[in-house]
Design a binder for this molecule. Structure first.
Ligand code: ADP
Ligand code: MG
Length: 399
């Protein structure tokens, strides 16, 4: 799960991290009220979307020369004018894809006199099995470009979970940023605060780009991106409350409401399967027969009729789906329950693509009878190989 920049900053501030003052705003009036609480004379109005590259982004509805999603304002009137131009419009950045994202929230924050920009990120590094800090003197720009053009300017520091964060990790961060004296001390302190926040909040990623040195010699977090391990969210209801559903893929969001593991893929055969292993095998056998899956969908072990119906609707709402393969092994989950769910869902949504169902296991005969007597054009399959052949043939025939 991702959150907005301003939410991440509010969380980090609780760990003592230095951030410029600022307030979120949902309207032009909010933005003006926010600016009035700041000292000025320089303000920054920032689009809040779950994507980076906002500064260099472009608004779809505005002329090409219009400013992007991070704007400096020199007066409260300018804050208002910028807020008016940004709210409700669609920002396209390198990370949003061509469709862009509608800007519904802003963050009005103190303008900072920047001397240098740095990069500092924490992530779970699978290779070392540790939390890694990625540090670079080249902040404010795309870290992918830095990694590509000048990889020697990126330092990676991993932290052994058995020792936790040690003073030498902080010194390594300060050294990589080429900071000395008080600034080096500030960097060490910041690195520890970020590590503490990362662990305490069960983060998956925490990226500060840029971290800045101000003209006054302070170290401040100017932008922050934070994402969380969704398996640990139950431990953090306060973090879960920060979820902004308008930012998420509507199908994946719907799936998460029913506790379905759903991932959208590029092919045209929708899959509904129980168990991750069987889902992988189903995707493999579709490919073996010359087609591609449109999704990964695991309805899990003890799925109810409601869950199956929801899964079915999610698959059908994807316009790329040209055929559906249901492959269920009824162990804990009974085949008749699945069959009832399939029939109910197929009746509720207009089923205009071929549907092949392979059922096996507990109550399989009852399940097959429910499908056969439903009056719906459901194609039954004997086993996995037969099911894959049938759905691929159906989809190719329809094309
Ligand atoms: P994004 O990464 O989405 O483009 P950032 O918050 O990193 O958005 O902003 C882009 C650039 O705008 C920063 O690299 C920095 O130079 C400038 N900037 C951002 N916030 C401020 C601020 N509060 N004061 C001054 N400049 C800022
Ligand atoms: Mg940034």
């Amino acid at each position: 799960m991702n959150i907005h920049e301003y939410q991440a900053k509010e969380l980090l501030a609780k760990f003592g991290v230095g951030i410029p003052a600022g307030y979120p705003a949902l309207s032009v009036e909010d933005a003006v009220a926010a600016a009035k609480q700041l000292p000025g004379p320089l303000y920054v109005v920032k689009a809040q979307i779950h994507a980076g590259g906002r500064g260099k982004g472009k608004f779809k509805e505005l002329p090409a020369e219009a400013k992007g999603g991070v704007r400096l304002a020199h007066s409260i009137d300018e804050v208002a004018a910028n807020a008016k131009e940004m709210l409700g419009n669609t920002l396209v950045t390198v990370q949003t894809g061509p469709a862009g994202k509608q800007v519904n929230r802003l963050y009005v924050t103190d303008g900072v006199d920047i001397a240098s920009e740095y990069y500092l990120a924490l992530l779970v590094d699978r290779k070392s099995g540790r939390i890694a800090m990625i540090v670079s003197t080249e902040g404010g720009m795309s870290i992918e470009d830095v990694a590509h053009q000048t990889p020697e300017k990126i330092a990676t520091i991993t932290i052994d979970p058995a020792t936790g964060f040690m003073p030498h990790h902080g010194r390594a961060v300060a050294f990589a940023l080429k900071l000395k004296g008080d600034l080096a001390k500030a960097a060490q302190k910041l690195a520890r605060q970020l590590y503490d926040a990362f662990v305490a909040l069960d983060c998956a990623m925490l990226e500060i780009n840029p971290l800045v040195k101000t003209q006054g010699g302070e170290l401040l977090v100017l932008d922050s991106k934070m994402s969380f391990d969704s398996n640990a969210l139950f431990r953090h209801p306060d973090v879960e409350a920060l979820r902004d559903e308008t930012e998420e893929d509507p199908m994946e969001l719907e799936a998460s409401k029913y506790d379905l593991a759903y991932i959208k893929l590029d092919g045209d055969i929708g899959c509904m399967v129980n168990g991750a292993g069987l889902a992988m095998a189903t995707m493999d056998i579709i490919k073996l027969n010359g087609a591609f899956p449109a999704n990964f969908l695991d309805v899990g072990g003890g799925a109810s009729k409601e869950k199956v119906t929801a899964a079915f609707k999610i698959i059908l709402s994807d316009p790329a789906v040209k055929g559906i393969l249901v492959n269920i092994f009824g162990g804990i989950m009974r085949c008749d329950t699945i069959a009832k769910g399939i029939v109910a869902a197929a009746r509720e949504v207009e089923l205009d693509v071929p549907l092949v169902v392979r059922l096996e296991g507990t109550n399989v005969e009852q399940g097959k009878a429910i499908l056969a007597n439903s009056g719906l054009p459901i194609i039954s399959a004997e086993d996995l190989g037969d099911a894959a052949k049938k759905i691929v043939a159906e989809v190719k025939q329809a094309a």
